[in-house]
Design a protein around this ligand. Structure first.
Ligand code: GSH
Length: 219
């Protein structure tokens, strides 16, 4: 099999790529970054010294960054579901919403999680407060966008929804989406019902104890 994915099932960025792979039933080999397979982490360090994941390897070619991996899959391993529209104008909206979810949902959400993993005396209270404020701003913005859309960039499921699914999933665990943002809550539910993302969530269930803030008893 030519495609190998270095990933951890509980990682949000990995779930973003897994959702894209499952959308198209694209076959790949797991290189799981779990304690049982330390060799995979050693290989990842050699491929990508930042040791961030996921990383895709295609017949020896290294593809890094979740968005680039999904773009790459669309170009070199396309399936029936087109996650980036052919029309460049429509694609621009998809790419913009993908950036929105990465920069303004995943980044503050990761800040809160990584802070909770630090020793008490190394925590950054101001940074976490800023991250929570950014999430509230993002929820409010997204609520207006989703008032007229089924999926993040319109009527078709896309790259932007692959990003939104895990990022809103964990953002809500870190900083609950307020009841006033009914469109965001409904969108998050639609994402959870999408079979590709539901599969990624199910595969990650055994790892919920790893969530540093304590995983809520839902989803
Ligand atoms: N910009 C990267 C972000 C990847 C990322 O932050 N992955 C997390 C897992 S969700 C990670 O590698 N964490 C390990 C670390 O920070 O050392 C992407 O889009 O792939």
């Amino acid at each position: 099999m030519s495609l190998q994915l270095y990933a951890h099932p509980f990682s949000s960025y990995c779930q973003k790529v897994l959702t894209a792979l499952y959308e198209n039933g694209t076959p790949f080999e797991w290189r799981a970054l779990t304690p049982e397979t330390p060799q995979s982490m050693r290989e990842l360090s050699e491929i990508w010294p930042m040791r961030r994941f996921p990383v895709l390897v295609d017949d020896g070619r290294h593809v890094i960054e979740s968005t680039i991996i999904i773009e790459y899959l669309g170009l070199f391993h396309p399936g029936p579901v087109r996650l980036i529209p052919e029309d460049p104008r429509a694609a621009l909206e998809v790419r913009w919403m993908d950036r929105f979810f990465d920069n303004y949902v995943a980044t503050p959400q990761q800040k809160i999680v990584f802070d909770a993993m630090r020793a008490e005396n190394e925590r950054d209270a101001r940074g976490v407060a800023d991250a929570r404020a950014m999430l509230d701003t993002s929820y409010a913005f997204l609520d207006r966008v989703m008032a007229t859309r089924e999926w993040a960039a319109g009527n078709a499921f896309s790259l932007a929804d692959c990003a939104a699914a895990p990022f809103l999933f964990y953002a809500d665990w870190c900083h609950r989406i307020g009841a006033e943002f009914a469109n965001v809550i409904a969108y998050r539910k639609r994402l959870l019902a999408r079979p590709s993302f539901a599969r990624a969530v199910d595969e990650a269930r055994p790892y919920r104890a790893l969530f540093p803030l304590g995983a809520p008893d839902r989803d």
